[in-house]
Structure formats: C-alpha cells, structure tokens
Design a protein around this ligand. Structure first.
Ligand code: ZN
Length: 87
C-alpha cells in the first residue's frame, strides 16, 4: 500500500471517530488511542488511530507512555478538543 493511501485510510478512520479509549499495547508499551467502536472486536487486537495494531495489555497494568502519533492524527482531524476514556 502506498504511503498516500495509508494516510488517507488513517484520516478516514480518525475523522469519523468521536471517542477513543487509551489502550496500552503489549508489544511497544505505548498507550494508543483506539476508537471505542474498535473495542467490539473479539480478537483482542485493535487498530489505533496511528494505524498500529494494539495487542491490549491487561487493564490492571499501568498505562504506558502516550503514543505521539495517535495524538497527532487526532489533532489533525479534530483540532485540540479531545474526549478520551481511561480504563
Ligand atoms: Zn498510536
């Protein structure tokens, strides 16, 4: 997939999102912004705003450092207003 198409897909995903949940990924240890609609996936793997596929860490684990790319994608599509849910 070309870079342009990937960015377009990421923007489309982010544009329709009204709320995200911060989910820490087991593989990179970062807290990614996952659209709340993604959480209905039964696989346990969720696509974050940045395009990273998150392998969810146990909810009792401490939250990782925020993913800067997820924040950037959100800001590009929504400005600075933000509604995040933390579990
Ligand atoms: Zn991310």
């Amino acid at each position: 997939m070309s870079r342009a198409r990937r960015q377009s897909a990421t923007s489309e995903l982010a544009r329709g999102v009204t709320a995200t949940v911060s989910v820490t990924c087991l593989s990179d240890g970062r807290a990614h912004d996952v659209p709340d609609t993604e959480l209905s996936q039964p696989s346990g793997y969720y696509s974050a705003l940045c395009g990273h596929v998150v392998a969810a860490a146990p909810m009792v684990a401490p939250e990782g450092a925020p993913c800067p790319l997820c924040a950037e994608v959100w800001d590009l599509n929504h400005g600075r207003q933000r509604r995040r849910l933390h579990f």
